[in-house]
Design a binder for this molecule. Structure first.
Ligand code: FPP
Length: 225
């Protein structure tokens, strides 16, 4: 999910942008419930990009606080519904307090198997590819000759999404039709679904409509059926 349009949703109602983010959290909750109901195994939410650090400080602070409080508030729901919670991104940029809250939630929910809910926080696709390349190079220092034999799956292991399947479907709300530095490497064969609906209005019915559209897609992965 590329959750877009919170600011516009609020502005349309003559309210501050952050009000849209608060309503956006309700959509996160609705979509998580719908994912569990529909048997979706992985739900990934692009909550904050590396570029989003450039937003006004007050908005960044509110978003971070919202993320921390939502996470803590949902603990019982996660446990009751078998939801494994993960946060992926450049976590070194987060406050120690938020990192500790994430750590605790990840540990508490690590045994849950029904749905993996991944929040991409301080994440960007180019950053991910770059950090993977650096870590791979460091691992192979002194044995560079072995690098020629590496394949795609060897590189996959260095991305922060290691072990997570590539997204089948990428949904973007609010009418924008771009990837905005989300899962660049991992979206090579993802299906895309764009809707004009703003994120705070994207709830159960809208998610089910996206799943239905996806079910009608013909995925060939560059091959002939
Ligand atoms: C995009 O709308 C939305 C964001 C950058 C933030 C999304 C975050 C949340 C909904 C909170 C997430 C909470 C949890 C628990 C994961 P925008 O501000 O870019 O809207 P605009 O394009 O209309 O300005």
């Amino acid at each position: 999910m590329i959750m877009d349009g919170n600011g516009r949703w609020a502005r349309e109602r003559g309210k501050e942008r952050v009000y849209g983010h608060f309503e956006g959290v309700e959509s996160v909750r609705a979509c998580t419930e719908t994912a569990v109901e529909a048997g979706v195994e992985y739900l990934s939410l692009f909550a904050f990009s590396e570029e989003n650090w450039g937003r006004p400080e007050a908005e960044v602070t509110t978003l971070m606080e919202l993320m921390a409080s939502s996470m803590i508030n949902e603990r019982d729901t996660f446990m009751a519904n078998g939801i494994r919670f993960r946060v992926l991104g450049n976590l070194s940029r987060l406050s120690e307090k938020l990192r500790a809250a994430i750590d605790e939630m990840e540990k508490a929910t690590s045994g849950n198997t029904r749905l993996t809910l991944i929040i991409f926080l301080s994440y960007s696709g180019k950053w991910d590819i770059m950090q993977a390349a650096k870590r791979l190079a460091a691992d192979y220092a002194g044995r560079e000759d072995e690098m020629a034999g590496l394949d795609i799956s060897a590189f996959d292991k260095y991305l922060v999404t290691a072990g997570v399947p590539d997204p089948d479907l990428i949904v973007r709300t609010s009418g924008e039709q771009r990837i905005s530095n989300y899962l660049l490497w991992q979206s090579a064969y993802s299906e895309f679904y764009f809707t004009d609906i703003l994120w705070p209005d994207f709830r159960r019915d809208q998610f089910l409509a996206a799943i239905e559209a996806y079910a009608g897609r013909d995925r060939r992965y560059g091959k002939v059926k």
